[in-house]
Design a protein around this ligand. Structure first.
Ligand code: PMP
Length: 281
């Protein structure tokens, strides 16, 4: 595999990471995961906008403009002959001996690589089981930073209970999942937590809401409760790799009939068309 390190393409074996990288000490860095369909970055502009927003909020200078970074990622995709998969991009604040204060000099460290990932067709068809868990994260969950310990603990909590993921809540108000956003359907309307400081502003979330509006499905970006989730007509999650995936049970109890619902299916079809429309023929 070929990696992008700063602005250079290098074989993985030649990549060197310093023990003084602040990402390693503090999780002091930011990241993005891009989807690649047909060799092309999907929703690239939205991902770069989110990266710029996070970078500004945590005061990390991006090593190049988004337009330049995009070209570099395209070269990375080509160098790895990637057709269907993801690009992981992270930028840490830099490399200096451990000290909390921002380094005066350190240059941000960029690293990116590609992974071949097939669309999770089976999971999207069957749906997933979730368990609920208190959201113990900080109050800037809208920033895509490397500090993912609560998310890894949450994901493992689900796996240890034989579930696929968690639905997180703050005192009963549902926020999101360990690495995806969550939506319910009630009386034909799609309901999801507003894009504020308590959730990641998922790119797939935005695409799903756009598609819902185009289909004439009512959308409400408003918090809903665990009880709303348990009594929902349908529930589904959205994310870069899982796309639109039905939730068929919550804490071991079925959502409605325990089968993926019609609104979820319509959104999945629309999402499929959105992908097809950007793949070069
Ligand atoms: N929430 C969290 C906590 C995430 O980590 C992710 C994806 N990495 C998402 C939501 C979904 O965002 P996206 O649709 O941009 O992948």
């Amino acid at each position: 595999p070929i990696y992008l390190i700063q602005d250079r393409l290098v074989p993985k074996e030649e990549v060197r990471v310093s023990p003084d990288d602040r990402g390693y000490y503090f999780g002091d860095g930011i990241y993005e995961v891009f989807r690649v369909y047909g060799g092309k970055l999907f929703e690239a502009e939205a991902h770069f906008k989110r990266l710029e927003r996070t970078a500004a909020a945590v005061r990390i200078d991006l090593p190049a403009a988004s337009s330049e970074l995009k070209k570099q990622l395209e070269q990375l995709i080509a160098a790895n002959s990637l057709i269907e998969g993801t690009v992981y991009l992270q930028i840490t604040r830099g490399t200096t001996p451990r000290a909390h204060a921002f380094p005066a000099q350190a240059e941000p460290v960029l690293m990116a690589y590609t992974t071949e990932v097939k669309r999770p067709v089976h999971m999207m068809q069957q749906g997933i089981a979730v368990v609920t868990m208190e959201d113990i994260r900080w109050l800037r969950c809208d920033l895509k930073t490397l500090n993912l310990l609560p998310n890894t603990l949450a994901k493992q909590h689900a796996l240890d209970r034989g579930a696929d993921d968690v639905v997180l809540h703050r005192s009963g108000l549902v926020t999101e999942c360990s690495a995806s956003n969550v939506m319910i359907v009630k009386q034909g309307a799609v309901i999801t937590h507003p894009a504020d400081n308590l959730i990641l502003h998922g790119i797939t979330r935005a695409v799903a809401l756009r598609l819902a509006r185009e289909l004439g499905i009512p959308v409400a970006e408003t918090p809903f409760t665990l009880d709303d989730l348990r009594q929902a007509d349908e529930a589904f999650v959205t994310g870069t790799t899982i796309e639109v995936t039905p939730v068929i049970s919550v804490d071991g109890l079925p959502v409605a009939t325990g089968n993926p619902g019609p609104v979820t299916r319509r959104l999945q079809q629309a999402f499929e068309q959105a992908i097809a429309s950007v793949i070069p023929q």
